[in-house]
Design a protein around this ligand. Sequence first.
Ligand code: HEC
Length: 110
Amino acid sequence: MRTSSPLRAALLCVALASGAAQATVKTIVLPPDTVQLKPSSLPGYAKAQAQCVACHSAEYMLYQPPSAPRPYWDAMVKRMKNVFKAPVNDADLPDIVDYLVKTYGNEQPK
Ligand code: HEC
């Protein structure tokens, strides 16, 4: 039994050392149920990331009908802005609507 305990101590040391190394790397693990907006090269993607997922996750977009046309998304963004006070700049509105209808609505690439 005497021979096994230095080995155990050494293993514990390795475990502690690697634990300490990990602690210095600041990794933020988001909850797994947080749905992200679908990445896109459209300019509205970054704007939607900045202005549309502060209050709720992008999961809300997934529950919208894929047949929803542009005016539906336009009304949605305006409703977020006017009713819930989403900080959407009027200048960004067309880009955000464009991104939404092409990513979640009826202008998605087939
Ligand atoms: C200030 C907080 C806030 C921001 C910012 C916000 N929303 Fe919302 N959103 C809400 C709330 C609250 C609800 C739930 C409304 C309800 O239950 O009727 C909601 C619901 C939704 C829904 C679900 C459908 C519905 O009618 O309820 C969608 C889609 C949506 N938001 C899209 C967006 C988009 C797109 C943006 C960016 C332009 C955005 N939201 C920004 C607060 C926000």
